[in-house]
Design a binder for this molecule. Structure first.
Ligand code: ADP
Ligand code: MG
Length: 241
């Protein structure tokens, strides 16, 4: 079953074209690593899917529902999103944030506190969001992304700059959710994350998807010893770079 279908997405900021016709399909139960250099539009693409950025052209459908049509907001309830940089009301406490979002998502009464517990978010409940360190903020964002057991998880550099214990907790959670049939898109700079977690690699460069292959295939068809080597080989072999 197709969980997410992104087709012909274009997005420019002023005259600067970030996405030039991106196509991407995620089947239910897949874990896909979205990679690409800094500024290649990974975060912009994810924001288009969640509705924080409006693309200039193209369509996005979630379980067959066009997210730009009337039922788009409803369809997006199936998404759990961890932003690369989360912006929260500074003076609200972590506890108040969870209470607020539980009320907004009153359609969902069962909470998945597995990652919330593993990342020790309870210890942060009385802290104001504005006072959190980068890592603490990421722990809150990660726990929230999984909190309502979404069918589709969009994780934008979830482990970047995070301590080893939290990183392992998030990775273990991703693997557990995959076994439950969840669909997961994860952006990362680390080849290790992609190798450990993902079935498939999607590589954005210069506005387009330049690689979309199972990771095992990508590595075996190149003579490279590493994932980064295989990516470089593929791009050169196909005249991209
Ligand atoms: P990535 O996540 O792959 O690093 P981004 O999607 O964050 O890339 O950014 C892609 C490009 O779009 C960058 O050059 C960035 O500066 C630009 N960009 C992103 N958001 C905005 C914005 N709101 N206004 C103008 N330019 C933006
Ligand atoms: Mg980004």
């Amino acid at each position: 079953m197709t969980m997410l279908a992104v087709s012909g997405i274009e997005k420019s900021y002023g005259r600067y074209r970030v996405l030039a016709g991106v196509n991407l399909r995620l089947d239910a139960g897949e874990v896909v690593a979205l990679m690409g250099p800094n500024g290649s539009g990974k975060s912009t693409l994810i924001k288009c899917i969640v509705g924080l950025v409006r693309p200039d052209r193209g369509t996005i459908s979630l379980m067959g529902n066009n997210v730009f049509a009337g039922n788009g907001i409803e369809a997006r309830r199936a998404i759990g999103y961890m932003p690369q940089i989360a912006r929260y009301p500074e003076t609200m406490t972590v506890g108040e944030l969870f209470d607020l979002i539980e009320r907004i998502r009153s359609d969902c009464r069962i909470y998945d506190r597995e990652l919330y517990d593993a990342l020790r978010v309870d210890a942060l409940r009385d802290k104001q969001l504005g006072s959190l360190s980068g890592g603490q903020r990421q722990r809150v964002s990660a726990a929230l992304a999984f909190y309502f057991s979404p069918m589709l998880l969009l994780l934008d550099e979830p482990t970047a700059g995070l301590d080893p214990i939290s990183t392992e907790a998030i990775k273990a959670k991703i693997i557990r959710e995959k076994t439950l049939g969840k669909t997961i898109l994860i952006t990362t700079h680390g080849p290790q994350d992609a190798l450990e977690l993902a079935d498939r690699l999607v590589y954005l460069f210069d506005g387009l998807v330049r690689i979309d292959r199972p990771i095992a295939t990508l590595i075996s068809e190149s003579s490279a010893q590493s994932l980064m080597g295989a990516i470089a080989w593929y791009l050169q072999h196909n005249g991209v770079q």
